[in-house]
Each structure stands twice: as structure tokens, then as C-alpha cells.
Design a protein around this ligand. Structure first.
Ligand code: ADP
Ligand code: G6P
Length: 489
């Protein structure tokens, strides 16, 4: 039948995510500095405008004292952010433990921790208990700020327990949940000791969203196989209650990037970069320093390319900008030293007194520097071993209208489904294939580059973060009205 459209009115929206768009750094008893947070979730949600939005989340810092908490809440209020305070032990067990040592690797097909990895944060059960406790704390803050008619939009794997907490306290609340990571095959999800509880809790939401149709399908199979519920094309049904499940591919605020390229400071950065790398082709990697990004594999593929193409050795450089992330989790610490070791070895092998083939930075860049880099580089290398969507690939495309650079993109990133036609798709595990794709990209004739870029650019500017959020919220409102109509019948 005809779909209702709720987009006209200004909807109050409570966005609930573990990570706030700003992270806090303490400067004194009651003085805080706020810095932009890094990550795809923040990038996507910052692109959402149209709504009357409040963010609820963690500011990334332990604030044990009341004076500090009050001052931080006040500073955040100016950004329409509301803090959830988590103590050190909860952060250790919930964030470092259950979220980033268990759920994140599992959802990206890395598997569950073996004994030694688990032992670092005590037992699985105590981590899951902390996870539930943390989700209850988020629910407390939501309840405090909720007004009737609000849409409560819960985000990501850190808050899978939240829909249930919210609905238990107020069954009328409009609750949506969106996953920013892949949802793995049900055969992978089955391994999780808390598989039942998590699925049931997510199903308490009215609408559940994923980046791709495949992730949505995996979730439905997990519900039918593990919970033995009935899956329909609309979603999953449990004792007459339907939870809508659908794909909502995210995008970026493409205009923000395109406009930034005109700014004098961005143009200045571009000039400096062009001079610095004159006479050489430049390849770019921008990632959080995470095991899912395939950074070691990317660098080894670049080494293989240099090995096999001596004529390119002084003519191409790889800039890898890898911002440290989740640094209290041992696996991430190991990755950092592994990457440093490989980069050092390759630079020692192929570098000269005046130049090295790889520039590796362990830091984040500010928005203007990042835009300049995206605009001046010849090739972007996105080699995720798994990735929910990957917005870096979108950002690169948005900034390449004049240069028409080539995107090499992992087929295991959600973005492969939207940018696959214009990108060179690769299997990041196949170092030989990636190396030859690097050669192909560097030698690609202008007309082919133009055609490929044009294809992707069209997609990036027409599938924005704003459109993503508007569609999700509209669909959530429709779902609730339809459910009301069904119960009246
Ligand atoms: P993820 O969410 O896993 O980090 P995405 O590619 O979807 O992956 O999003 C990453 C976001 O973080 C992008 O908006 C990107 O611009 C930003 N980002 C990643 N690495 C850096 C960096 N080194 N400096 C600045 N921003 C970064
Ligand atoms: C990914 C996750 C987000 C997370 C981000 C950064 O994008 O999907 O939920 O916020 O990485 O990670 P962090 O642990 O620093 O929040």
C-alpha cells in the first residue's frame, strides 16, 4: 500500500551511541577541552541535520569526581551532547573487553579470543555482565532526557542490549537500532556464548537496520536458526510482534568535503603536498589502526609491487595515515608494533638517503589536511579484511572531482556493493593480486579513470548521511503506525 511520509515535521531525535562526536581531555578540576572523535559512526551522524537532535554517549574519559562531571556535562551541553559516565572498571570490562575484544573481532570474522586473549580481561561472563550494566547506564540517561514522541535511535555493537532495557521501562518508546559493522553469518554468531540474549534484546527494537542487504539477511537467519523464530520479508516475528529489519546504506556529507576543497587553507595544504611529492605518484591509506583494516597486508602488497617493478621504486610513495585506536586492548598494541616493524623493514630495503617509499603516521589529521590529501593523491588503497561500510572510500571519491584518482577497494568492505563498479575490487588477503592492482591503477589511462570516478562520484553525492538518517527515521515512524493499525484490527 501507500507509504506514509513523516519527513515534513521536525522530529526530536535522541541519538544514543557509545562514542560521542567529541571526546574530552581534562585541563583542570573543572576545565575541559573537547576534540573531534574519529570513526565512521561519528562521521555519518555528524552529517545528519534536519532533526532536533541530542546525542547521548561516553566522552571517552574517566571522570570520578562530581565537580568534573558537572563541568563536563555543561561543556557538552553546548554541543547538544549528554554524557554517560562509565567508571574505569566498567570501561575495562565493557569497552576494552566485551565490545572490542569479543564482539568487534567476532562480527568481523576474526573469531572469538583464545584463552590468552580472554585472560587479559577476566572471564567472558564478567565481561558480558559489565556490558549489560553499561547498557543499563545508557538506558538511565535516555530515560532522564526522553520526551513523549521522541525517536530513540540506538547505534552499534556496543549497545545491543539497549533496546530491551528501554522497552522494558517504556513499551511506547519508539526505538530503532542500527549496526555500523557487518553482521556475520549466523554460523559465526552462533559461537557467541551470549548469542540468545543479544538477539532477543535487539529484537525488542521496532526497527533494526544494517548497511547492506547481506548483513540484514545474516541477522534474520540468526534469528530463525538460533531463536527458531519466523523470518518474513518484512522482518522477524515473535509471538505476534514484528520487528522490521532492513538495509539502510550509510553515506557521507559529501558537500562538506566538496566545499572544503575551495577553502584557502585546504588549497595551501594541497600546494605544499604537491611540491613535496613532485615527480612521484602518491598512494594514500587512511585508517584507524585496527586489525580489520588490513594495514599489514596493504603494506606487504606495496612491497611486492616495488619488488616486481624496479622502475617504479623512486617514482611512487605510499602515505599511510593510521590513527591509534582502542590502545588499551592488547591486540591493538600488537598491531601497532607489527606495522612499525614492516614499514621500517621496507623503508630500509627500498629507501635512499633522500627518499623513502612509505610515510607512516600514527596520528589523526585535521579535516582540512585530510581533504587536501584526498584531493592530491593518485590512488587510494582501502584493503579492509572486513568493514561494515568504509567511509574513507566515500570521502576519497568526494574529493577527486578534478584529479580523478583510482580507488582500490576491498571486496570485503560494505562499500564494495556501492562503489564496486568504479573501484578496482581486490581480495586483500591476496597480496599478489593487490600488487598487480597497484600497477594497474598507476598506469590507468585518463579516460578509464574518468569513467570509473564519475560512476562513483554520482553515487557518493546522491547517497548522503542526511538521506540515510531521514530514511531510517521515516521508516521507524511508519513501522510504528503500521503496528498500531495491526493491533487495532
Ligand atoms: P571506521 O568507522 O571503522 O573507522 P570508516 O572508514 O567508515 O571506518 O570511517 C573512518 C572515519 O574516520 C572517516 O570519516 C575518516 O575520515 C576518519 N579517519 C580515519 N582515520 C583518520 C585519520 N588518521 N585522521 C583523520 N581522520 C581519520
Ligand atoms: C567504528 C565503530 C564505531 C566506533 C568507531 C571508533 O566506526 O563502528 O562504533 O565509534 O569505530 O572506535 P571507538 O572505539 O574509538 O569509538
Amino acid at each position: 500500500g501507500k507509504r506514509l511520509d513523516f519527513r515534513a515535521s521536525k522530529q526530536r531525535l535522541l541519538v544514543v551511541a557509545n562514542r560521542l562526536p567529541v571526546s574530552a581531555v581534562r585541563h583542570g578540576e573543572d576545565s575541559w577541552q573537547l576534540e573531534m572523535s574519529v570513526g565512521g559512526l561519528v562521521t555519518a551522524l555528524l552529517g545528519v541535520k534536519e532533526f532536533d537532535t541530542r546525542w547521548i554517549g561516553w566522552a571517552g574519559v574517566n571522570v570520578p569526581d562530581e565537580i568534573g562531571q558537572k563541568a563536563l556535562a555543561k561543556a557538552l551541553d553546548e554541543k547538544r551532547c549528554i554524557p554517560v559516565f562509565l567508571d574505569e572498571e566498567v570501561v575495562h570490562q565493557y569497552y576494552n573487553g566485551y565490545c572490542n575484544n569479543i564482539l568487534w573481532p567476532l562480527f568481523h570474522y576474526i573469531g572469538l579470543p583464545q584463552e590468552d586473549r580472554l585472560a587479559t580481561t577476566r572471564s567472558f561472563q564478567s565481561q558480558f555482565d559489565a556490558y549489560k550494566k553499561a547498557n543499563q547506564l545508557f538506558a538511565d540517561v535516555v530515560n532522564e532526557h526522553y520526551e513523549e514522541g521522541d525517536v530513540v535511535w540506538c547505534h552499534d555493537y556496543q549497545l545491543m542490549f539497549l533496546p530491551k532495557c528501554l522497552k522494558e521501562r517504556n513499551s511506547k518508546m519508539k526505538v530503532g537500532w542500527f549496526l555500523h559493522t557487518p553482521f556475520p553469518s549466523s554460523e559465526i554468531h552462533r559461537m557467541l556464548p551470549s548469542r540468545l540474549e543479544l538477539l532477543r534484546s535487539v529484537l525488542a527494537a521496532d526497527l533494526v537496520g544494517f548497511h547492506t542487504y547481506d548483513y540484514a539477511r545474516h541477522f534474520v537467519s540468526a534469528c530463525t536458526r538460533i531463536l527458531r523464530l519466523e523470518g518474513t520479508p518484512e522482518g522477524v516475528e515473535d509471538q505476534g510482534k514484528l520487528t522490521r529489519i532492513a538495509a539502510f546504506p550509510v553515506g557521507i556529507d559529501s558537500e562538506r568535503f566538496i566545499k572544503a576543497l575551495e577553502l584557502p587553507e585546504v588549497q595551501d595544504h594541497m600546494k605544499v603536498l604537491k611540491q613535496r611529492f613532485a615527480g612521484r605518484k602518491v598512494m594514500l591509506g587512511v585508517d584507524r589502526l585496527d586489525m580489520i583494516k588490513g594495514i599489514p597486508q596493504k603494506i606487504l602488497a606495496f612491497e611486492k609491487f616495488l619488488e616486481e617493478n624496479p622502475n617504479w621504486r623512486n617514482k611512487v610513495v605510499l602515505l599511510q595515515i593510521a590513527v591509534p585506536t582502542r590502545t588499551d586492548v592488547p591486540e591493538y598494541q600488537k598491531l601497532t608494533s607489527q606495522v612499525h616493524e614492516i614499514v621500517g623493514r621496507i623503508n630500509g630495503r627500498f629507501g635512499s638517503l633522500t627518499a623513502v617509499p612509505i610515510h607512516h603516521l600514527d596520528r589523526s589529521l585535521d579535516f582540512h589536511e585530510l581533504c587536501a590529501l584526498y584531493a592530491v593523491t593518485d590512488v587510494a588503497l582501502v584493503t579492509s579484511l572486513r568493514d561494515g561500510m568504509n567511509l574513507v572510500s566515500y570521502e576519497y571519491v568526494a574529493c577527486q572531482e578534478s584529479k580523478k584518482g583510482v580507488l582500490i577497494l576491498s571486496e570485503f568492505a560494505g562499500a564494495a556493493q556501492s562503489l564496486g563498479a568504479g573501484a578496482i575490487l581486490v581480495n586483500p588477503w591476496n597480496v599478489t593480486e593487490v600488487a598487480s592492482s597497484i600497477g594497474y591503477a598507476l598506469n590507468m589511462p585518463a579516460d578509464e579513470r574518468e569513467k570509473r570516478h564519475h560512476h562513483n562520484f554520482k553515487h557518493v553525492i546522491s547517497h548522503t548521511a542526511q538521506e540515510w538518517a531521514a530514511t531510517f527515521v521515516s521508516e521507524l515512524n511508519v513501522t510504528i503506525v503500521e503496528a498500531q493499525l495491526r493491533t487495532r484490527q
